[in-house]
Design a protein around this ligand. Structure first.
Ligand SMILES: NC(=O)c1ccc[n+]([C@@H]2O[C@H](COP(=O)([O-])OP(=O)(O)OC[C@H]3O[C@@H](n4cnc5c(N)ncnc54)[C@H](O)[C@@H]3O)[C@@H](O)[C@H]2O)c1
Length: 351
């Protein structure tokens, strides 16, 4: 069983600094409130400055600093996650105000715009470049936030200080969602970003940070207005934004969690990554699973991909078949070059 039950002791985020993008509405705003409730200071970034300012006012009235000369418990800045300098400015504000950042949550997200694959598209209309805003907000925005977080979270940290990044993926991050073509691609991307980073970023020799994702199913916010009535009529599970925020708070507070994806349905959460890994030989087969493990072992921490290219000596050896050689001449040429035989000392086309 992979059920995840959040453990949230009172004040579990006391004095922590949490930066939340997309924090002005929906799940993000519930998370803002819960983090404040648990003792954190919160920096909210969102494109929606009206909701953001309104939330800020409510938060500052309810949650006050311990002493007069301390910074407010919550701050807000209008932020566009698709704009790198705008995201940087949000981190700067949090860092300047609180002198450090402990947890970063990327919750900003939008749903599908139009239909990229509309069957009524013609040779004429397909010439118009479609909008990639969904990709920009959901995936590029998460990538910007994660990159900048990986640096800011490492500064002004105490010894043994827990720091983490939490990304908002979706059920569409691991399951097909008909007609949410670009949204699904973006959320698969978010899950992929977390998977690609979870070993690297958590290494004590690299960034030493945790990274996790939350993958909510249908949650009662403005995003799901189109399906809400039918969903309820069918009596399918539906989350409140507070329930999803509780799972997120639990993940932020639990120092043992890294590399997880928490699927949230009807208020309950299920971790999916461990079972995908554990059952690989069943859904993929024993042999390919072993081959994959050997390949993964060889690639190890992946530094082979990011290591700087070593300058190569210019070779005088010509390799392969020149372009445009007809097929019937190919065998003779290949044999002459020893490509098949490898036994005549001319393997790899050595002349
Ligand atoms: N509601 C659901 O059913 C559901 C399900 C799965 C995943 N999610 C994900 O959870 C997260 C929160 O969703 P929600 O339902 O609370 O949505 P929401 O629309 O209520 O809130 C999203 C917030 O993101 C902000 N935002 C949009 N574009 C932005 C940009 N460019 N820069 C900064 N902020 C921007 C919006 O202003 C809004 O405040 C999203 O990533 C969403 O994809 C939601």
């Amino acid at each position: 069983m992979s059920q995840y039950i959040p453990n949230i002791p009172t004040n579990c985020l006391a004095k922590k600094v949490v930066l939340i993008t997309g924090g002005a509405n929906g799940i993000g705003s519930s998370l803002v409130t819960q983090c404040l409730e648990q003792g954190a200071n919160v920096c909210i970034g969102d494109l929606d400055n009206i909701s953001g300012e309104r939330l800020l006012k409510q938060c500052c009235e309810k949650y006050r600093p311990e002493e007069e000369d301390m910074p407010p418990r919550a701050i807000f800045q209008t932020t566009d996650v698709t704009d790198y300098p705008s995201v940087l400015a949000l981190f700067d504000l949090a860092f300047k105000t609180y002198k450090r950042i402990d947890h970063v949550v990327s919750a900003a997200g939008i749903v599908e715009i139009g239909n990229w694959f509309d069957t009524s598209l013609t040779l004429e209309t397909v010439r118009q470049t479609p909008t990639h805003k969904v990709m920009d907000v959901n995936l590029l925005g998460s990538m910007y936030v994660t990159r900048i977080a990986s640096v800011y979270l490492r500064h002004n940290r105490g010894s043994n200080c827990d720091r983490s990044i939490l990304l908002f993926s979706c059920v569409s991050g691991f399951k097909e969602s008909p007609s949410l073509f670009i949204y699904q691609a973006s959320k698969h991307g978010v899950t992929g970003l977390m998977r690609s980073l979870r070993n690297y970023i958590s290494s004590p020799y690299k960034h030493y940070l945790r990274i996790n994702t939350v993958c909510p199913w249908v949650t009662q916010t403005d995003s799901i207005k189109k399906v809400e009535a039918q969903w309820k009529q069918a009596d399918l599970p539906i989350n409140t934004s507070e329930q999803v925020a509780t799972v997120a708070t639990g993940v932020l507070a639990d120092q043992s969690l890294n590399g997880t994806s928490m699927f949230v349905e009807g208020g309950r959460a299920w971790e999916i990554e461990r079972n995908i890994e554990r059952l690989e030989s069943e859904w993929l087969g024993d042999e390919p699973s072993k081959a994959l493990a050997a390949g993964q072992g060889l690639l190890d921490d992946g530094s082979i991909w990011t290591a700087p290219e070593r300058p190569r000596k210019k070779s005088t050896i010509s390799v392969g078949v020149p372009p445009g050689v007809p097929l019937d001449k190919l065998n003779g040429l290949a044999l002459a070059n020893g490509v098949n035989g490898m036994s005549n000392g001319l393997a790899n086309g050595v002349h």
